[in-house]
Design a binder for this molecule. Structure first.
Ligand code: GLP
Length: 240
């Protein structure tokens, strides 16, 4: 695990953007595993600026997302599908037909998991971007998730519902269920890039750095990945 400590969120976002931009320039048809949440927003802004100023093209890139709330249509402003369009896809030249995310309103939930696993199998990811939940989750793989999990349906931990409530009008609007890429599928990416910033991630980061792989801390599976980079800001690294 390669740990990069940065001064602040800006530097973290800058370093992360350098990694993605370099990959896309070297491999124009790269498959990017992307994430939602507040953490990658600075990175996405930089990808957009770079695309506009330097012309880095995403025409042949494929983007595969981690997770989606169950019950939210892709047009819902809190859906992760909407988040990706608003914060990245609408501002770069990616073909939306080459972007993939679980369908939050699929009628057959089990079939949806299988469909998504098929997509993950068809498009091996060159890199998987991850944020970190305050409880150590990655994607929506909550503590206790099996390390050999593939795409599945989760009931969100109370702490996750609380963490994500800030983005909704009221906590009662936060969906309790979601689809998530599983831990085994995350590990299949050639490279992993985990970003964590802010004090509310410091405990999870400390547990991650001082512990051993355990299903109680989903992010700890990343120890077993041969090419994993973790970028932290000072606050997230403050308990190390
Ligand atoms: C959410 C998402 C994760 C995300 C994490 C951290 O629940 N499902 O993919 O990485 O929590 O979110 P944030 O970046 O907003 O702190």
């Amino acid at each position: 695990m390669n740990i990069i400590k940065t001064e602040d969120y800006d530097e973290l976002s800058e370093k992360a953007s350098e990694i993605i931009i370099k990959l896309v320039r070297n491999k124009p048809d790269a498959v990017l595993g992307l994430a939602t949440g507040s953490t990658p927003l600075g990175l996405y802004k930089r990808l957009v600026t770079d695309h506009k100023e330097h012309g880095t093209s995403y025409k042949k890139v494929r983007a595969v997302n981690l997770d989606e709330y169950i019950g939210l249509d892709k047009a819902h402003t809190q859906s992760y599908a909407y988040f990706m369009r608003k914060n990245l896809f609408d501002h770069i030249d990616i073909n939306l037909n080459n972007t993939y995310i679980e369908n939050g309103t699929a009628t057959d939930e089990q079939a949806e998991c299988e469909r998504y696993d098929g997509i993950l199998g068809r498009f091996p990811r060159d890199i998987q971007l991850l944020g970190l939940g305050s409880n150590g989750h990655i994607a929506f793989n909550e503590p206790g998730t099996k390390f050999d999990s593939t795409t599945h349906i989760v009931t969100l931990a109370d702490s996750t519902v609380k963490d994500n409530a800030r983005l909704f009008k009221d906590i009662s609007e936060v969906p309790r269920k979601a689809y998530t890429m599983g831990l085994k599928s995350i590990m299949q990416a050639k490279k992993i890039l985990l970003l964590a910033n802010g004090l509310n991630k410091a405990d999870a980061v400390a547990k991650l750095m001082y512990g051993k792989p355990t299903e109680e801390l989903p992010a700890s599976i990343l120890y077993n990945h041969k090419d994993c980079t973790v970028i932290l800001d000072q606050e997230a690294a403050s308990k190390l």
